[in-house]
Write a protein of this length. Structure first.
Length: 239
């Protein structure tokens, strides 16, 4: 491990492109997951009252990431279930006419794969927070005072649930940032998720490139430390 590897790794565009791409994608997926979870919990009463629906959410949570990525590949790929269904319905003439949803430049399939693992977790958290805060009583009181259902949700339920979730949102962000199997199966090779870049640079086929993996891993550790320290400092200032 010489200085030349540090110069090559830190001065090259590969690390910073992967770092920016990974952070952007993880952030977008986390925001979308939180938004969908929040809207479902606030707008779908059965989700909060029927335990059977919550049990279904354990299926994607208990599915290994590699299996989840493979299933998404078989569903969203050009030769997958949706493509074949579109061909059967006459919407496309062949696999080549089906839009690329995996390994695509917009990371649609990758985003959906990551969303399937974070959105159920946030839904379960919001349902538990809803019950712990007894929001049904709060909303009932707001309705009696003249607020509409949407006004009560927008001014009482949603802000309270959001205030309870920063720590979990940070955890989801780091989870998406560190994902490896799903980006490897569904993502593009340029730019790559940082986890994929580190694994592919670890020297499996080119041992002389292994020090670069250490440089990239150090960059990832620095990013995680910065995010965690920023969160802790913000919580400390709020008391």
């Amino acid at each position: 491990m010489t200085q030349a590897y540090w110069v090559e790794g830190l001065s090259g565009a590969q690390l910073w492109q992967s770092l920016g791409y990974s952070l952007l994608l993880a952030g977008v997926v986390t925001v979308f997951s939180a938004t969908i979870a929040l809207l479902l919990v606030c707008g779908w009463t059965s989700l909060r009252t029927q335990p059977g629906l919550l049990l279904l959410l354990l299926i994607p949570l208990s599915t290994p990431p590699g299996v989840l990525g493979f299933l998404m590949l078989q569903i969203l790929g050009r030769g997958g279930v949706i493509s074949r269904l579109g061909y059967w319905l006459g919407l496309v003439r062949g696999p080549a006419d089906f839009p690329a949803l995996v390994n695509d430049r917009w990371s649609v399939g990758l985003s959906l794969g990551l969303l399937c693992s974070t959105c159920p977790l946030l839904i379960l958290f919001y349902v538990r927070s809803w019950r712990a805060a007894r929001l049904d009583r709060c909303l009932q009181l707001a309705r009696q005072l003249g607020a509409t259902r949407w006004q009560a949700m927008r001014t009482i339920a949603m802000p309270l649930l959001v205030r309870r979730s920063p720590a979990l949102l940070l955890l989801c962000l780091l989870w998406n940032l560190a994902a490896w199997e799903v980006p490897l199966l569904l993502g593009v090779q340029s730019p790559r998720m940082l986890s994929v870049l580190i694994q592919q640079s670890s020297g499996q086929y080119a041992p002389e490139r292994r020090p670069l993996a250490f440089v990239y891993a150090t960059g990832y550790l620095g990013l995680v430390t910065f995010l965690a320290a920023g969160f802790a400092f913000r919580r400390f200032r709020r008391g």
